[in-house]
Write a protein that binds this ligand. Structure first.
Ligand SMILES: N[C@@H](CCC(=O)N[C@@H](CS)C(=O)NCC(=O)O)C(=O)O
Length: 210
């Protein structure tokens, strides 16, 4: 299976950590691809009509020729391929806790990316500080929520997504989540010691149009 990937994408990292945790990483041939809304990558567009990574390429096609995109959908697909405990519980409060935490982590990444556009990616003359402030507020609120509701219990997709998101926010020097949040910090530090995390650390720079 080929996975079009970006070594600095938090969405892609989540998928790869999930693959490690479910024993499926050995099946994946991970191929780094740069892509941005301002710098088209035709290979990525051929696999994902939205032009985003992560995306599996044809060898990971489902029966009937269905291709998959969006990290959430790929994680769901991977969870159906292994024999171990499911990382997306099928029912009960544990399902909704996992999916809610996953949504929180996705929201953190979305806010972090939006913030980076306003602070470094967009040309300086078209940056808009009210947007940067609004995205920063979302991040702080999400960190506080994660501190209050710091995940416990068996490993699930939500915990993986949160660790991938926090590690990326730190990698990109986005607003600090550690100060005043001891529970979140302790859980994050423990999580980053997992082999699935140490095998998939972030590296590289985003490339946009000049
Ligand atoms: N909702 C998507 C988001 C994926 C995404 O935005 N990936 C970024 C890399 S971090 C990307 O490919 N950006 C290129 C673009 O937006 O054109 C997912 O969860 O897979």
């Amino acid at each position: 299976m080929q996975l079009l990937y970006q070594t600095h994408s938090p969405y892609a990292r989540k998928v790869l950590v999930m693959a490690h945790e479910t024993g499926l990483a050995g099946l994946l041939h991970v191929i780094h691809q740069e892509t941005s809304p301002t710098l088209r990558n035709d290979l990525v567009f051929a696999a994902n009509t939205l032009g985003k990574v992560p995306v599996p390429v044809p060898v990971l096609m489902l029966e009937g020729g269905l291709t998959l995109f969006d990290s959430s959908v790929i994680c769901e697909f991977l969870d159906g391929l292994h024999e171990g405990p499911l990382l997306i519980p099928v029912k009960g409060p544990e399902r909704w806790r996992a999916l809610r935490l996953h949504a929180l982590a996705q929201g953190m990444i979305d806010a972090g990316i939006a913030l980076r556009w306003e602070t470094e990616r967009r040309p300086a003359e078209v940056r808009w500080s009210p947007m940067a402030d609004g995205q920063t507020e979302k991040l702080i609120a999400a960190y506080d929520f994660a501190e209050r509701e710091a995940p416990t219990g068996p490993l699930d997709l939500g915990q993986i997504a949160l660790a991938a998101a926090l590690d990326w926010l730190e990698f990109r020097a986005l607003p600090d989540f550690r100060a005043g949040r001891p529970r979140l910090t302790a859980r994050f530090e423990a999580f980053t010691r997992r082999p699935s995390m140490t095998a998939t650390t972030y590296r590289g720079q985003t490339r946009d149009a000049a």
